[in-house]
Design a protein around this ligand. Structure first.
Ligand SMILES: *Cc1c(COP(=O)(O)O)cnc(C)c1O
Length: 497
């Protein structure tokens, strides 16, 4: 059945999947949502024994209904190839009786690679299908990991340019080094004086700037987004949970129909929303456990029904979750508001105007599958140390937040359901915090010495993503104020004359 997409704030304009991928964000500032969540057309049992790529096709074909089989299979084949350092793409590792779904085996060692390896291919295919002649300019705000993954995905891709804004003092040294050493004439990286929310708000403003859109069109350019607001990023993420379930079923860790809980370290709410969609598709998922760091706006939301971003923004050791406005939550709000666009728009306007909104009791009742909690810095570090000491397995800081929250969940609920924790980054991306958590004696080592030491004590090879930035020259050194973002990109695109 064909699926069309419309905005969470206005259901009148419908478009195909490829059109929604090209546009990224709806004109009214809303996010594109499918007119229904498709049910899986094969049983979980039938999906056992299938490769990641095969499961990806089974899931994605149901959402991207205007792509031909050949187009979609092509995109999948090109995305999930030897860029990943393991053939299985997303291995599952057991530690302390819990399953860690490792989503960090792509080019930039964070889970963003999973979706951003395929987005450029979906985008180019979409452009061809819709006879787009313009060059596509990917405009992205990053809290650290999206930036590099998007740069790696789009670098050198013909017919595209990519611009990334990151918070100058809000990312890890390795994350920054990964971005500022990015090669490719079509890439542009800018640090901004501000935090991730500032970067994201600035980017959203640029997207909604009619004047700018006209100037770009005159120069043969048009914007699109590689952020998780793009359905071309959301849909590939649904695959993780379908695949994880099928794998655990295959290995007899689950029996047919048995429930599986998932724990997701959350920032912009994209990954956990994908798990929610997987559940709607029919995957026997039980609770969706939403893990936050000290920026615990989502924990407060799940416990009180009130979303309130009016608070201090805390820089933590899990920077990719340092977010106070979780954009993708809008898709869940839309859903629990009964797909009522005016109700959703009213809440989002309240968020824009006052920084907060409150959902109704009726809406709250529909959140029963979600459980929110958070872990502070000490708890996160203690979890890294404990898992290492108990099992030898080394978690990154984001995954450790999820693991710590999972412990709280079990203590709160005594729920012993089989659980998968989304392991969203390699510990090599956050070596200093990871190694300091294990032992403070590591504090005097340099970042690259730490990587070698991590490799030794964890008995894992240093990933190529780290090796390649050791000596790579810095090629991007642009920094601007958040008020200058527009001028900076106009200059880069050559439309400032
Ligand atoms: C982006 C990111 C997250 C948060 O994911 P969302 O989909 O934004 O909620 C968590 N961990 C890591 C390592 C990330 O890069």
């Amino acid at each position: 059945m064909e699926i069309l997409y419309s905005s969470t704030r206005n259901s009148e304009k419908k478009m195909t999947a490829s059109q929604a991928i090209l546009k990224g964000l709806a004109d009214d500032g809303g996010l594109f949502v499918p007119d229904h969540i498709p049910a899986l057309t094969c049983s979980m049992r039938e999906l056992t024994g299938r490769s990641y790529q095969e499961v990806a096709y089974e899931v994605m074909k149901l959402f991207l209904t205007d792509f031909t089989e050949e187009e979609l299979k092509n995109c999948i084949r090109r995305a999930y190839d030897s860029k990943f350092d393991t053939d299985v793409i997303a291995p599952i590792v057991e530690a302390e009786g819990t399953y860690y779904l490792e989503l960090f085996h792509g080019a930039t060692i964070a889970f963003k690679d999973m979706a951003l390896s395929i987005l450029p291919h979906l985008m180019i295919t979409s452009a061809k299908k819709n006879h787009v002649e313009n060059e596509i300019v990917i405009l992205t705000a990053t809290s650290g990991d999206t930036g590099k993954a998007a740069l790696a995905g789009f670098a050198g891709v013909e017919g595209t340019k990519i611009i990334v804004f990151y918070p100058k003092n809000g990312v890890s040294p390795i994350q920054e080094k990964q971005m500022v050493t990015q090669k490719g004439d079509n890439t542009f990286v800018v640090g901004i004086h501000g935090n991730f929310d500032d970067a994201q708000a600035g980017v959203k403003e640029l997207f909604n700037d009619r004047e700018l859109a006209k100037e770009l069109a005159a120069a043969g350019l048009q914007f699109s987004s590689a952020n998780s607001i793009n359905i071309g990023r959301l849909v590939p993420q649904v695959v993780y949970y379908v695949y994880a379930y099928a794998k655990l079923l295959e290995e007899d860790k689950l029996s047919d129909g048995e429930r599986m809980n998932v724990v997701v370290p959350t920032g912009n709410f994209g990954n956990i929303l994908a798990a929610f969609y997987a559940k709607q598709m029919g995957v026997p998922i039980g609770r969706l456990i939403c893990a936050s760091n000290e920026n615990k706006v989502l924990y407060d939301f799940f416990t009180t029904g009130r979303y309130d971003r009016n608070r201090e923004f805390v820089l933590t050791s899990s920077p990719s979750m340092d977010i106070l406005i979780s954009s993708n939550l809008e898709r869940l709000i839309y859903r629990i508001a009964g797909e009522d666009v005016s109700k959703n728009a009213e809440l989002m306007n309240s968020l824009a105007r006052t920084g907060s909104y409150e959902i109704t009791e009726q809406m709250r009742e529909q959140l029963a599958d979600f459980y929110g909690n958070y872990a502070g810095e000490e708890e996160t570090a203690a979890r890294i140390r404990a898992v290492y000491e108990n099992t030898g397995y080394i978690l990154d800081t984001h995954t450790a937040v999820a693991s710590a929250v999972y412990q709280k969940y079990v203590a709160d609920t005594k729920d012993k359901t089989v659980t998968v924790i989304a392991s969203t980054a390699s510990p090599f991306k956050f070596t200093r915090n990871v190694m300091n958590a294990i032992d403070s004696k590591y504090d005097t080592m340099s970042d690259f010495e730490l990587a070698d030491e991590l490799s030794r004590i964890g008995n894992v090879e240093v990933p190529n993503a780290i090796t390649e930035i050791r000596t790579a020259p810095v090629v991007h050194d642009n920094v601007c104020d958040k008020t200058e973002m527009k001028a900076v990109i106009k200059h880069f695109l050559g439309v400032d004359a």
